[in-house]
Ligand binder design. Structure first.
Ligand SMILES: Cc1ncc(COP(=O)(O)O)c(C=O)c1O
Length: 306
């Protein structure tokens, strides 16, 4: 419980943590009919600031539309709610979890008149993969579970039900002693991590895939495109094969929660020197400076709370 803050924004009101409850027959519990976001707030020298808040709330709405979940609050209201919640909870660094879901009306799969409910929580979450992995690099494994195709679910949305695929992959990875999973597509091309996009670096060029590889088009992924260029490198978007993976000099995962996590090992294969890649760490430092408000040029990506 101590990782969770005092209040949750719940259907328009700042509500005590213990009062933010839903009915056991809510549609979302039975069928995973919910869309959500993972956002981070960082302590800066101008107080707490949320990174790319509006973009995340826009994606929440986009995900909801894909599943015909009509969110009764517009993006501006959700952004203001987030700011109010951070102030009420008096948190500086936190992970934010906005979620919209079908509540209780019917147990039929068709949601009919299920109400759409919305909550935003703040959590005290540290490094997503691990503190050590951020510095020393993570050990990942190719999952026996394949990534679902975007003709089964719209993969570039964040919806709860489809995350069972990620859950299986990360449970398997952890049970075999790895930090994270890497999911492949049916044709064995690279998809993504259970909660991260992937980048490879070879001969000083960055490579990543796109929606044709059934990935979530991460907000961090597109942030990094700009930073990669600013560091003087180029990136290419292509379908990534296992050959690309095993011949890469450096590999890293990225995501709002995972930030820039170097990868040092895939199953028994050492990536590059078997340590965090040098260029990856440079990019990671640049990312940290920006999210922590140390680079004024990028204050445009931060929503300052005070
Ligand atoms: C499956 C998956 N891919 C990629 C990402 C990275 O997305 P973002 O950078 O928008 O956090 C996430 C993070 O939520 C994810 O769950």
């Amino acid at each position: 419980m101590s990782n969770y803050s005092r209040y949750i924004w719940f259907n328009g009101k700042i509500t005590k943590f213990e009062d933010a409850k839903i009915h056991v027959l809510s549609h979302c519990i039975h069928y995973g009919s919910a869309v959500f976001e993972g956002v981070k707030c960082y302590d800066t020298n101008k107080g707490p600031a949320v990174f790319k808040l509006e973009e995340h709330m826009n994606r929440l709405h986009k995900s909801a539309r894909a599943f015909k979940i009509e969110i009764p609050f517009d993006v501006k209201t959700l952004c203001n709610a987030t700011k109010d919640l951070i102030r009420e909870n008096e948190v500086k660094n936190c992970y934010l979890r906005p979620i919209a879901y079908y509540g209780f009306d019917t147990l039929g799969v068709h949601p009919k008149n299920c109400p759409v409910e919305v909550a935003i929580a703040t959590l005290n979450w540290g490094a997503y993969v691990s503190k050590e992995a951020l510095k020393q690099g993570a050990k990942i494994t190719i999952s026996p579970w394949k990534k679902y195709k975007s003709n089964a679910f719209p993969s570039s949305t964040k919806a709860s039900g489809p995350y069972l695929n990620s859950m299986l992959a990360v449970q398997d990875a952890k049970s075999r002693g790895f930090d994270e999973a890497l999911l492949l597509n049916e044709d064995n091309s690279i998809a993504e991590g259970s909660g991260q996009n992937i980048f490879l670096i070879k001969d000083n060029i960055f490579y990543t895939n796109d929606q044709s590889s059934n990935i979530l088009l991460g907000i961090t992924r597109s942030t990094l495109f700009e930073l990669i260029q600013e560091l003087g490198y180029t990136y290419k978007i292509k379908t990534l094969s296992q050959d690309d993976l095993f011949s890469a000099d450096e590999i890293f995962y990225c995501g709002s929660a995972s930030e820039v996590t170097p990868i040092k090992q895939i199953d028994d294969h050492k990536v590059g020197s078997g340590k965090s890649g040098e260029i990856t760490l440079k990019l990671q430092e640049k990312y940290y400076n920006i999210v922590r408000g140390k680079d004024e040029k990028y204050h445009k990506w931060l929503t300052f709370i005070n």
